[in-house]
Write a new protein. Structure first.
Length: 117
């Protein structure tokens, strides 16, 4: 987010939704999902999608950047994890005319000088 107050509820409260989902995953014993939520740096792309139905419906994209050691799953698993997190976050929140359209898991790029050969 860019530091300005969002006009949308989901981006404004995303940290609360993620924390809530983390607690759900902890109770359910879904350790990998919980670790991703707890250890990711998140940002939201507001209005990633939209339509004009019912006064406008807006989909946001959630980017979750994780360290390389947490990014230790197959590409198929990556797609499944992204979809699971998206679905579960949409179940937790109840905001009219807003939803999470997409979740992206990204690997944190090493800082300059941290590259290993």
């Amino acid at each position: 987010m860019n530091g300005e107050e969002s006009q949308f509820e989901i981006p404004r409260n995303i940290d609360r939704y993620v924390a809530m989902l983390s607690r759900v995953y902890e109770r359910e014993g879904q350790r990998q999902l919980q670790e991703l939520l707890v250890n990711s740096r998140i940002r939201v792309h507001e209005q990633w999608s939209s339509d004009n139905w019912d006064g406008g419906t807006y989909g946001h994209a959630l980017y979750m950047t994780v360290s390389e050691h947490l990014f230790s799953f197959s590409l198929q698993q990556k797609n499944e994890l992204e979809e699971k997190i998206r679905e579960d976050l949409n179940k937790i929140k109840s905001v009219q005319n807003e939803f999470l359209a997409k979740v992206f898991l990204e690997v944190e790029m090493p800082r300059e000088g941290d590259w290993r050969e």
